[in-house]
Write a protein that binds this ligand. Structure first.
Ligand SMILES: [Zn+2]
Ligand SMILES: [Zn+2]
Ligand SMILES: [Zn+2]
Length: 327
């Protein structure tokens, strides 16, 4: 079992999941635990000879019931694929899987925040190369979504709606747009090639999206990740973070409309009319050039202030070119 301790100086939780030391670390491809179990081959985590998308409980969970959840989402049975190279229909299906996990985990009393993410590349600590993401169900509201809710209060409305309008009005950092989704390097990006993928309409979570919006979200995410791989002509490492409405009641800092009755029935609070949260996906890539990594060092770790060597407008211009090359 993992243990939560509260770090008083920073006012934040630290999760001790010491069993995770034993987890599989960069196995050879013959021993990949996320590959299918092929006839005559070794037994993997997935007892099927072929599959499309598979979700299962993490064997080395950072959180587990009755204090949260940790799941693995395997995108494909093709060991050498990546999110960017999935067939569009598979990427779209993945959005529906995410949505279903958000609803199911979010309905649990011990899950206050459903966090879907992907770590890609050894540069961000990946231990398995097989294309997959993860989902944590936090038994509390973590600091980053809490900061985003505070931004809503500071801006007097939905922060992602406000910031999206600013980015569209400025235009210099916009990377890609379709009918439902806009991709941009944010005005105050912390990472050289940070990008935010934001729903045009105010959609607190995946459950609030129309089917066409889910398809166009997958399209925008794949367009960006293909552009990333084209940027330095190498697999581009990143952390992908899906931010949505919390699934537990939040202490409102501004008046919030009560959730619609259907949300209450499903046990998912915090979504619905007037709720805080606006579905968006953030990418934090550690590369600042083809072979130089950004490290979080003195200023970032000890003072909490990012120092960047690149301007978001210049990064956006390079990324737009890469996206065009990859198209
Ligand atoms: Zn594999
Ligand atoms: Zn919004
Ligand atoms: Zn966010």
């Amino acid at each position: 079992m993992s243990e939560l301790r509260f770090e008083e100086l920073r006012g934040e939780q630290v999760d001790y999941a010491i069993h995770r030391q034993e987890r599989t670390f960069l196995p050879t491809r013959e021993h990949c635990p996320l590959c299918p179990t092929r006839p005559g081959g070794p037994q993997t985590e997935i007892p099927l000879p072929a599959f499309e998308i598979v979700v299962f409980d993490n064997r080395f969970p950072a959180f587990e019931a009755p204090l949260g959840a940790a799941e693995v989402v395997v995108y494909t049975d093709d060991h050498d694929a990546s999110f960017a190279t999935l067939a569009p229909a598979r990427a779209e299906a993945l959005m529906w899987v995410w949505r279903q996990r958000y609803i199911e985990l979010g309905a649990r009393a011990d899950v206050d925040y459903v966090y879907i993410f992907e770590n890609r590349g050894v540069e961000v600590g990946v231990t398995l190369h097989h294309p997959h993401g993860q989902i944590y169900g936090y038994p509390f509201l973590p600091p980053v979504p809490k900061l985003e809710l505070a931004a809503d209060a500071r801006l007097g409305g939905c922060a992602p709606c406000t910031l999206l309008a600013r980015e569209l009005a400025d235009g210099r950092r916009v990377l890609y747009e379709n009918d439902s989704v806009v991709v941009y390097v944010p005005y105050a990006a912390r990472w050289a090639y940070e990008a935010h993928v934001v729903m045009r309409e105010h959609r607190p979570s995946l459950r609030d999206c129309e089917p066409a919006e889910l398809r166009l979200l997958a399209d925008a995410l794949q367009t960006l990740t293909r552009g990333y791989d084209a940027l330095f002509e190498r697999p581009f490492p990143y952390v992908m973070a899906v931010h949505q409405a919390p699934t537990a009641p939040v202490e409102p800092t501004t008046p919030v409309e009560p959730p619609a009755p259907t949300d209450v029935a499903a046990g998912v609070l915090g979504t619905g009319a007037g709720a805080h949260g606006h579905l968006h996906v953030e990418f934090y890539p550690p590369l600042r050039t083809a072979d130089k990594l950004k490290y979080l060092a003195g200023s970032e770790q000890g003072a909490g202030t990012f120092i960047s060597d690149t301007l978001p407008e210049e990064s956006a211009a390079k990324l737009r070119e890469a996206i065009a090359r990859a198209a």
